[in-house]
Design a protein around this ligand. Structure first.
Ligand SMILES: NC(=O)c1ccc[n+]([C@@H]2O[C@H](COP(=O)([O-])OP(=O)(O)OC[C@H]3O[C@@H](n4cnc5c(N)ncnc54)[C@H](O)[C@@H]3O)[C@@H](O)[C@H]2O)c1
Ligand SMILES: [Zn+2]
Length: 711
């Protein structure tokens, strides 16, 4: 069981091949969704630790079943595709991620593997640079003849978002440079200081705007604004630490290049050092770790890079990371504090989530007063398999607990000090009734979570559902955010999504008073009605995502919408699939990325009478747009099954797949008799062999690009 996604997970070593394939499909969807939430929306839905665990699980399954590795494998992706709304910039040199080291031994191994790759003996000199890993987002700045012409985010590593106007508002980013090569692409990190972050959140809070979970999200959310004037009002900073295209080298070592960037007028990090080997690297790491609380900005590790640029060039890249660099991450941060209470929050799907209320404590420069307790077993000291965690120690109100935070969005409790437990502390009794509506809260077999059975009568579920309904990936109604729907709900004006669309007819002129209410600014009622009316016409995928059905995220909604096309077809199919067997069920399960859990949840939502009636009332207010595959007439690959293998040099796997799918092709992860075309880059192995055996047409990357040229 993944603690945060609450989905049962089988051990990797007992998976059958079929289970493994469906698990890889599921993980690719989950990870793609998490990546979009984190990188494209700057609003992570799960913690970094949960994300890293899913990614590791995916890698483990791929290692056991290499032939099942998907064309869109999350192991081969960086970040997320550029968000719509921004112009796109194709990077002349890819912007990649970094491999991680978690221990001193890992650093030793990093040095050893580099020596081995370069054929250097253990004693041969080999220097590195060591510098803080800034927790922000990377940005590439292009200067032509000294003038800043372009700024791009990393995006998916090969295509980023055009944020030129925004970057120009960052005080650390020069608009003109003297004495530069004709082409100079400077790369570095945009970040926000702790002080600016807190002031920004306080301001946002006052205005009823969006607040940010941490400085990284704030920096990313501020740079990635469609209106550069908003970026200008946000205090962003920039450290330069790398480069892309250059018409002339900046030096022969990393160190020289950074010095040169500094001379040109960029801020470079003052804690950068040159080190002679692993022991010096680790020593510098400890020094930086000590200074970390006083830096005033977030860092999450120290980056080591081979100093000689010629050696960097020889070492080159893996699919998503350079071989010549590694990020030595700081361990999870820990602090002890008193647990003052346990609150139960009720979510959109009725899940009762226990939250620890803590005596405020600073963990890594951030004041923490809440931590997640996951579920009732976790409080008891058990994991999802009924095995002991924390040595089986339960968590009680009054306990001294160890809080930990690993660059994480949500702090957790790592340990309990039984020696300091008050004599009168009693085991926590997890409620069996919903604290919000009093309905029974039940736990289905195999589910770690206890859920309120109140459904639509539960105010907590109703509010969370409404908040989700108006969220960015769903209806995204201008001027109607989480705060506003909550207020409408409390006032009794809106109790379900359909009522958003009948607000005007029910309250009409009475709503002029909005203006005078907190959080509404100058937004007039007529402006709000117009924004609501605009969203009556809604794409099927957004509608489906907006319904907030358990397990059905954005990516899944897209696929389901494309599969059924229209609302009517979808609704009929869900009714037919209700017995969870038969043709309609099989058809549902066949959708790429769909598992039995998601399918069951989807069918269940349509089968539940009150929920269905509520959905029906909503549909009557809407004009649901048909989801269509792009026009593929004239496409030579429409209807064909294509497999990509080997290294693609001009596009990422994800891009190749997306483009092929837009052209009407079906992209598969493995070669079979049904395959029509294999696109094989360098390093293509067993798949190319199999294709040759089966007599399947094979093209190299250039051949493929030529085939689809102009489409
Ligand atoms: N919570 C979630 O849902 C979620 C989703 C996706 C990713 N993540 C988290 O994001 C991280 C993965 O993101 P990533 O691929 O950007 O990798 P990363 O952040 O671990 O490392 C790569 C990045 O480090 C940055 N960097 C900072 N200082 C640097 C320096 N001095 N030199 C070189 N690079 C420097 C660069 O921007 C580079 O792109 C993980 O920690 C993961 O947990 C979380
Ligand atoms: Zn309830």
């Amino acid at each position: 069981m993944n603690e945060e996604t609450n989905i049962p997970e089988l051990d990797v070593d007992v998976l059958t091949e079929t289970q493994a394939a469906s698990e890889l499909a599921r993980l690719s969807v989950l990870l793609a969704e998490a990546n979009t939430a984190y990188h494209a929306e700057d609003a992570p839905q799960i913690s970094d630790a949960a994300f890293d665990a899913l990614r590791r699980r995916n890698a483990e399954i791929e290692a056991r079943f290499p032939h099942l590795k998907r064309a869109d494998s999350p192991s081969d992706t960086v970040g997320a595709a550029p968000a719509s709304g921004f112009g796109k910039i194709t990077h002349s040199v890819s912007m990649l991620s970094l491999a991680n080291a978690f221990s001193d031994e890992d650093v030793g191994e990093f040095d050893t593997s580099i020596r081995k790759y370069l054929g250097l003996g253990a004693e041969a000199p080999l220097s590195y640079t060591a510098e803080p890993k800034i927790d922000g987002l990377s940005l590439s700045l292009r200067y032509e003849k000294g003038i800043l012409t372009q700024a791009a985010t990393r995006g998916d590593g090969s295509v980023g978002e055009n944020v030129t106007a925004n970057a120009k508002t960052v005080s650390d980013i020069p608009h003109h440079l003297e004495g530069t090569p004709d082409v100079l692409e400077v790369r570095g990190e945009v970040y926000m200081s702790h002080a600016d972050f807190e002031a920004l959140n306080a301001r946002q809070e006052e205005r009823g705007g969006k607040t940010f979970a941490n400085p990284r999200n704030a920096a990313a959310g501020s740079l990635r604004q469609l209106d550069a004037e908003i970026t200008r009002s946000r205090p962003l900073r920039f450290f330069a630490y790398a480069w892309g295209s250059l018409s002339e080298p900046l030096g022969v070592t990393q160190w020289q290049a950074i010095e040169k960037l500094k001379d040109l007028g960029f801020s470079t990090n003052p804690l950068t050092a040159r080190c002679d080997g692993p022991s010096q690297l680790v020593k510098h790491y400890r020094q930086i770790e000590e200074q970390r609380p006083d830096l005033g900005y977030d860092i999450d590790g120290v980056v080591y890079k081979v100093d000689e640029l010629e050696l960097q060039a020889r070492l080159g890249f893996r699919s998503t990371t350079p071989r010549w660099a590694i990020a030595h991450k700081f361990p999870a941060e820990l602090a002890w504090t008193r647990l003052e209470g346990i609150d139960i929050q009720v979510g959109r799907t009725g899940a009762l989530s226990p939250v620890a209320r803590l005596a405020p404590v600073t963990v890594g420069g951030v004041v923490v007063s809440n931590a997640t307790l996951h579920n009732e077993d976790y409080i008891k000291g058990l994991d999802s398999k009924g095995q002991e965690i924390r040595g089986g120690k339960d968590i009680r109100v009054g306990d001294l607990v160890q809080v930990y935070r690993a660059g994480d969005v949500i702090p957790k409790i790592a340990d309990v000090d039984l020696g300091k437990r008050p004599d009168d502390a009693i085991a926590f009794a997890f409620p069996t009734a919903c604290p919000e509506c009093g309905s029974d809260a039940v736990r289905e077999p195999g589910d770690a979570v206890r859920r309120c059975t109140g459904g639509l009568i539960c105010p907590a579920q109703a509010v969370e559902k409404l908040k989700h309904f108006v969220s960015r990936g769903a209806f995204d109604i201008d001027g109607l955010g989480a705060k506003q729907v909550e207020q409408f709900y409390t006032d009794g004006w809106i109790s379900e999504p359909a009522e958003i669309f009948t607000l005007k007819e029910r309250f009409g002129t009475g709503m002029q008073q909005l203006k005078n209410r907190e959080g509404w600014g100058d937004k007039s009622a007529s402006g709000l009605f117009a924004a609501i009316d605009q969203k009556r016409k809604i794409p099927l995928a957004r509608l489906l995502f907006g319904l907030g059905i358990r397990h059905v995220g954005e990516a899944a909604s897209n696929m389901i919408a494309l599969h059924y096309g229209t609302w009517d077809a979808l609704a009929v199919a869900m009714d037919e699939a209700r017995p969870m067997e038969g043709a309609a069920w099989d058809d549902l399960i066949s959708i790429d990325g769909m598992g039995a859990v998601m399918a069951g949840s989807l069918v269940g939502a349509f089968a539940q009478e009150a929920e269905r009636a509520s959905i029906q009332r909503l549909i009557e207010q809407l004009d649901v747009q048909e989801a269509k595959q792009a026009d593929t007439s004239g496409s030579p690959v429409a209807g064909k099954t294509v497999v990509f293998t080997g290294t693609l040099e001009k596009m990422t796997r994800a891009e190749a797949k997306a483009r092929a799918e837009r052209l009407g092709a079906k992209v598969s992860g493995s070669v079979s008799a049904k395959t029509d075309l294999l696109v094989a880059g360098p390093g293509a192995g067993s798949k190319a062999k199999k294709a040759a055996e089966l007599g399947i047409e094979t093209l190299d990357e250039d051949g493929w690009l030529e085939l689809i040229d102009g489409l």
